[in-house]
Design a protein around this ligand. Structure first.
Ligand code: BMA
Length: 339
């Protein structure tokens, strides 16, 4: 098997635990999960589906916080070790370009991605229906909203961590305005983070039952020597509702709408109490990773049962080998994705 290298910076301080003896899965959970419990703030009932990244001498994150009125907003959190988090007491005070407050009516499933020297937060919000909101910051003190990139209805937006062929590239999942019973991952390009186009289909559901209803983007694709490693969510519709698992695929470095490899098995599915039991049972929903280029270690941050945040570990080589072992591509996966 080829040796796969993570492209990026070393991060020796990232959380890590060795694979437990006897574990046959490609991904293993942090033994201290969930890392964020219920009622983490006076006005917040649950934090889940959240994104973290290294910042200064620690970590910073954007957190989906379900307030006690049931409405989700995005809160900022800071941590020394990326496990224990302290949250700002109020939601992120987004402004428009002139500096006036410009808060979305609701905001959920944030992702946080640094491209060049700017941090971008993208989330799902209302604009006459659910679609993607986006803001930028350089200091995590002021957060300036940009034009909404896509029309309603859309969810699960996540930027690639660098421009590709000169353009910003964002994954998203067109949908409806309910609990969407369909969904495929597309990508769009922008020269300036304002005008988006060159839309391409990346991949849809597959013949594997765990992702037979719909799929959607997860954490920001991870650059490796051989392709973009993408963690995403896949959903099956059971007689007791939807079940969300985590899948993995590898996209072409220069043309990421082409899928090179796709794992027919999930890499993580609800099994622990905090994944199976909660506000919405049976949900593992990845939104971010931390990676260490020196060791190939990866920590996946995922929402659990719409109630908690969990962390799971793998290495780039381990997950790569697993994807290749169970590789199964749809005909359309390998296409450029334009018709
Ligand atoms: C999806 C999103 C996620 C959520 C999941 C399960 O449609 O809304 O935020 O985790 O449903 O409820």
């Amino acid at each position: 098997m080829s040796q796969i290298k993570l492209i990026g910076s070393p991060l020796p301080s990232m959380p890590w635990q060795e694979k437990p003896a006897g574990c046959t899965a490609p991904v293993w959970r942090y033994s201290g999960n969930p890392i964020i419990g219920r009622n983490p703030l006076p006005n917040v009932a649950r934090i889940f589906n959240s994104a973290v990244m290294p910042y200064e001498d620690g970590y910073i994150g954007v957190f989906r916080a379900e307030q006690r009125d049931g409405i989700p907003h995005i809160y900022l959190g800071r941590s020394r070790d990326a496990v224990h988090w302290e949250f700002d007491p109020e939601r992120i005070p987004f402004t428009d370009k002139s500096g006036k407050p410009f808060l979305p009516p609701y905001a959920y499933d944030p992702r946080l991605v640094k491209v060049d020297d700017i941090y971008y937060i993208m989330w799902c919000q209302d604009m006459f229906g659910p679609t993607i909101g986006i803001a930028k910051t350089t200091d995590f003190k002021t957060f300036t909203r940009l034009e909404n990139p896509f029309l309603p209805y859309n969810r699960n937006a996540v930027l690639f961590p660098r421009k590709i062929n000169g353009n910003f590239v964002m994954l998203s999942r067109p949908c409806d305005n309910g609990h969407t019973a369909f969904g495929e991952i597309f990508l769009s390009e922008s020269p300036d983070m304002e005008f988006w186009g060159r839309h391409r289909h990346v991949m849809g559901k597959s013949g594997s039952w765990w992702e037979s209803l719909k799929i959607g983007g997860g954490s920001a694709p991870i650059e490796t020597s051989e392709g973009w490693l993408m963690f995403y969510h896949g959903v099956v519709h059971t007689c007791n509702g939807y079940v969300y698992s985590i899948g993995a695929a590898i996209l072409d470095l220069a043309e990421p709408s082409k899928v090179l490899h796709r794992c027919s098995n999930y890499i993580l599915t609800p099994e622990e109490w905090y994944e199976e039991r909660g506000f919405v049972p049976n949900v593992c929903f990845p939104c971010a990773t931390l990676t260490d280029s020196d060791t190939g270690r990866i920590a996946i941050y995922y929402g659990c049962a719409d109630s908690y945040v969990g962390v799971a570990f793998t290495t780039v080589q381990e997950v790569w080998d697993y994807i290749l072992k169970y590789d199964k591509l749809n005909d359309e996966d390998v296409e450029l994705g334009i018709r």
